[in-house]
Design a protein around this ligand. Structure first.
Ligand SMILES: [Zn+2]
Length: 339
């Protein structure tokens, strides 16, 4: 069991103190997951903002109110990873306050790439990704990437940044934050760990009640993010058991080793279901009902395919499933007899 912290959850758009010099801000999101937790770290020179919310007038107004209430300058903006709810206003905040953006290299360049429409590039590789998953040609074409959506929810990423690297640390006020980076949910997700206070800013890497999306997308169809993610859980499990985790969604909690075990067993169960289902050759699309009960369309289907493929790629690379291309150009997955 994990134990939620005793701090009461701040109302949407407001904040509270969760540790000395650490504030927890609850920012609304216009999605089914209706909020994100952002953190502010206090130092003599000002506040370091950790994650920002998506770009919207409403989020900007909340930032102005919060920063007025704290009455301290902003000293820097840290984005744990490139997803719009985390770095949506990073560029705007950096520009407003003329402060640096801190990100890991893969997340920074990933964010820049998502902004680039790249006109004239061959989109057939994106169509192939969906056709190989079992979608019709017409369905596949409807999913060809639309960069405008990312650009709508993310203010332009600053043209310069300061790189966060695993093994280094950031000193902010009285705290020394170790920089930890992990793959799985995004390529080089940053977590910050204060070993002395046993405080972990976890971002989306390790959430208390939901499993972060682990997906393989058309940009890198042979990626193995689930392998990376399971490895990250083994590493996070090594942190002290009484560490207070400050996650990006839901509420702070202790019980990190338990949560690592729960998330590991969640993914192992999904792998097991897929192995059973692939006793006869199956397409990715035909595997999805084994992973999700609800009917999948639109964006839900897009993310479900990505998550399903992450699990199948993991099994293929582990030699537990074989993959072959059928006459329709669809990948068929079949469990190996040695399973
Ligand atoms: Zn994320």
């Amino acid at each position: 069991m994990i134990t939620p912290s005793t701090h009461s959850i701040p109302a949407s758009g407001s904040f509270c103190k969760v540790a000395a010099g650490v504030y927890w801000l609850r920012m609304p999101l216009p999605f089914a997951l209706d909020h994100i937790n952002l953190y502010l770290l206090e130092a003599d020179e000002g506040l370091y903002i950790v994650d920002t919310g998506v770009q919207s007038e409403h989020s900007k107004t909340i930032w102005q109110q919060v920063l007025n209430a704290l009455n301290k300058p902003v000293a820097g903006v840290i984005a744990t990873h490139m997803h719009p709810d985390h770095c949506g206003l990073a560029g705007w905040l950096c520009q407003q306050f003329k402060v640096p953006l801190y990100m890991s290299a893969l997340e920074y360049y990933g964010a820049i790439a998502y902004f680039s429409p790249n006109p004239g590039a061959d989109t057939s590789v994106e169509v192939d990704y969906f056709v190989r998953a079992g979608l019709s040609q017409a369905e596949a074409e409807s999913y060809v990437s639309d960069h405008s959506r990312y650009a709508e929810s993310v203010a332009p990423i600053p043209l310069a940044y300061q790189r966060l690297q695993a093994g280094k640390s950031l000193t902010i006020g009285n705290r020394q934050w170790q920089i930890l980076t992990y793959g799985g949910h995004s390529p080089e997700h940053v977590c910050l760990f204060d070993a002395e206070a046993r405080l972990l800013i976890g971002g989306d890497q390790i959430l208390p009640y939901i499993s972060p999306n682990i997906g393989v997308y058309s940009r890198e169809p042979e990626a193995e993010p689930l392998t990376d993610y399971l490895y990250s859980l083994q590493q996070l499990k090594q942190l002290p058991a009484d560490t207070l985790v400050l996650p990006a969604h839901n509420q702070p909690y202790t019980g990190l080793p338990t949560r690592c075990d729960e998330l590991t067993s969640h993914h192992l169960k999904l792998l097991d279901r897929l192995l059973k289902h692939c006793a006869t050759p199956q397409s990715l699309q035909s595997c999805l009902p084994k992973l999700y009960r609800r009917t999948l369309t639109g964006q839900m289907l897009f993310f479900a395919l990505a998550e399903g493929l992450a699990h199948l790629n993991h099994l293929v690379k582990a030699g537990r499933v074989t993959r072959s291309l059928d006459e329709q150009g669809v990948y068929r997955y079949q469990a190996c007899e040695t399973n």
